[in-house]
Design a protein around this ligand. Structure first.
Ligand code: SF4
Length: 211
């Protein structure tokens, strides 16, 4: 199949560039510690300077897989829950993939910056806004949790701006950027103590050396 044909399939959502797939535990946010099969979709044009998956940015270096192949990997793992992450997975129409997962009664979580229209059916959406490309307004009402990555003090102000747009009942998380965790942890803890609507999220998978 030539490149143009592959791109047409990706556009249609029957195929997606998959950087990696693995069965692990959710390391961050509200569902921390739960078993989950991760589908990391390649491609992101947001360009956070601290991004820890820069190898995901170029979509065309990752293998194009059919929804059938992806579903097969999920089934073989025995997972009951899937996290679709990236890259920025909402660059793609995830309707066909997510409907196929739903048909198999797999719980579907999404990790997104919210910068694009969210296409697909999801049980849980973690919105992690990025300053370089703000979420679409409509995505705040679709999100089930807000997770702001804190790289510097200013990110706490950004978090407040983003938090105001979320419905009151959804959890709000501050997560230190991994390379800055030691420098920022005490600041974030102090901030949460004085602003208790926020909770701490840590990348626990990195502490325990699992993917
Ligand atoms: S949105 Fe996510 S994948 Fe894209 S650059 Fe930022 S941290 Fe990396």
């Amino acid at each position: 199949m030539n490149v143009a044909d592959k791109l047409k399939l990706v556009e249609a959502g029957t195929h997606l560039p998959v950087m990696e797939e693995f069965y692990s535990l959710q390391g961050e946010g509200y569902h921390t510690g739960k078993a989950a099969f991760f589908i990391r979709i390649g491609g992101c044009d947001i360009g956070c300077h601290w991004c820890d998956v820069k190898e995901s940015w170029e979509a065309n270096i990752h293998p194009i897989k059919s929804v059938g192949e992806i579903i097969c990997s999920v089934s073989l793992s025995g997972a009951k829950s899937v996290v679709i992450t990236g890259g920025e997975p909402t660059q793609y129409d995830l309707s066909i993939l997510t409907q196929a997962l739903r048909d198999r009664k797999i719980e579907i979580h999404l990790e997104t910056s919210g910068a694009y229209c969210i296409r697909g059916v999801f049980d849980w959406i973690c919105l992690s806004p990025k300053k370089k490309s703000l979420p679409l307004e409509e995505n705040f009402s679709k999100a089930n949790e807000l997770k702001v990555i804190v790289y510097n003090q200013h990110d706490l102000m950004f978090a407040e701006e983003m938090g105001k747009k979320m419905a009151d009942h959804w959890p709000l998380f501050l997560q230190p950027e991994w390379s800055r965790r030691e420098a920022l942890l005490l600041t974030i803890i102090g901030y949460i103590q004085s602003h208790p609507k926020w909770r701490l999220s840590l990348q626990t998978h990195k502490y325990i050396h699992i993917p």
